[in-house]
Design a protein around this ligand. Structure first.
Ligand SMILES: NC(=O)c1ccc[n+]([C@@H]2O[C@H](COP(=O)([O-])OP(=O)(O)OC[C@H]3O[C@@H](n4cnc5c(N)ncnc54)[C@H](O)[C@@H]3O)[C@@H](O)[C@H]2O)c1
Length: 349
């Protein structure tokens, strides 16, 4: 008998799938984890057994061919996102795709085309949009009380925080901190600004400075496989993105730089008020006096919020907050950063 639950297949059973996505699905009553695919056969089998999934495989094509699946969640390396999404769309499955969308703009365009053709939900896992502070600020910005948003500043500087594993290998990741953490801050800030159309990028990208450090006593994100390590990506970047409406965004990102760790920060500047995230503050005026305020926010349950939203979109047929189109726009900016740095000048998107 056909189950009424939304039946999910996980593609890529590594760190983010096991630490965040699977635990979030397990908290939802109307979801069933049915299948898992990983290049590592043993890993796929172990995960299937641990979470009571019926199928495990090493082949993306075999997983998406399962009639019993409604949706797939792509948690594999970045170089597998396009292949997995295009195959899943062709098989008529709903898709949640971890960030970044793809390795490059061409792949992202093909993914968008495949998703439009399938008519199923395609959601980007831009998890920072699902933080409680982001949700509250977006809600406030949408009221228009900040006036015209004409400038923003964002970044994530890690003093020593290069991830260990495939992240530093361009063939698997597509790039370094720009594509790994720049994607988070640029997407969140662009979303808060109301998604103005990006028209140009001017950026610098720094390579072989100190990303491949030997500093002791520092923690890092560790991928499930740390054999055959390669380091051919940048380790920091900075620049400016211009938008069609005259607004602009300054950004800076690093995996390793000699500065204080900033965490993810965003500053949004409007003509009537401004806002900062991390820490959350609103800078406005009241009765002609400057007024700073701090909204009260709930518990940070960002991955659960993201995954619940994906399931809601499948059930209601509504458009996800973070669409495939948004994924493509962000991919254009990310690759524009590399193109500008290579050309040594501002480039048009
Ligand atoms: N949203 C976030 O904050 C966040 C944090 C970390 C990672 N991520 C994203 O999640 C994805 C996975 O990152 P991770 O840290 O879990 O890496 P990981 O290496 O720990 O896990 C990835 C898994 O995918 C498998 N895999 C790779 N290519 C495959 C393919 N073609 N078919 C089947 N399986 C394949 C690997 O064997 C591995 O088990 C990446 O896209 C990364 O950018 C997002």
């Amino acid at each position: 008998m056909k189950s009424n639950k939304i039946r999910i297949g996980i593609i890529g059973a590594g760190n983010i799938a096991q630490s965040q996505h699977i635990p979030a699905y397990l908290r939802l009553k109307d979801v069933e984890l049915v299948a898992v695919c990983d290049l590592k056969e043993e890993r796929a089998k172990e995960v299937a057994e641990k979470y009571g999934m019926k199928y495990s495989t090493t082949s993306i094509n075999d997983l998406v061919a399962l009639e019993e699946l409604d949706a797939v969640d792509i948690c594999a390396w970045n170089n597998a996102h396009a292949q997995a999404a295009i195959a899943a769309a062709a098989a008529g499955k709903h898709i949640l795709c971890e960030k970044p969308m793809a390795l490059n703009v061409q792949q992202a365009e093909e993914m968008l085309k495949a998703s439009k053709k399938s008519g199923k939900v395609f959601m980007m896992g831009f998890v920072n949009r699902f933080r409680p502070d982001s949700i509250v600020l977006k809600d406030m910005l949408d009221t228009g009380k900040f006036g015209e948003i004409y400038y923003s500043k964002t970044g994530w500087l890690r003093r020593r925080g290069t991830p260990l594993g495939w992240f530093t290998d361009t063939s698997k990741a597509g790039g370094g901190p720009v594509i790994d953490i720049g994607v988070h801050v640029i997407d969140l800030t662009w979303y808060l600004m109301g998604k103005p159309k990006p028209i140009s990028v001017s950026a610098t990208v720094h390579k072989d400075k100190l990303g491949n450090y030997k500093t002791k006593g520092v923690g890092r994100w560790v991928a499930f496989d740390t054999d055959n390590l390669k380091f051919d990506t940048e380790d920091s970047a900075a620049g400016i993105i211009r938008f069609e409406n005259g607004a602009s965004m300054n950004f800076e990102v690093s995996w390793a730089i000699n500065a204080k760790d900033t965490g993810i920060y965003s500053h949004i500047f409007g003509t009537k008020a401004g806002a900062s995230l991390n820490p959350f503050a609103i800078y406005g005026e009241d009765a002609d006096y400057l007024m700073d305020s701090t909204p009260t926010i709930g518990k940070d349950d960002r991955f659960f919020n993201e995954i619940s939203h994906f399931i809601d979109c499948i059930k209601t047929g509504s458009q996800p907050v973070s669409s495939a189109q948004d994924g493509l726009e962000i991919q254009k900016i990310l690759n524009g950063i590399y193109d500008s740095a290579k050309a040594g000048k501002e480039i048009l998107l």
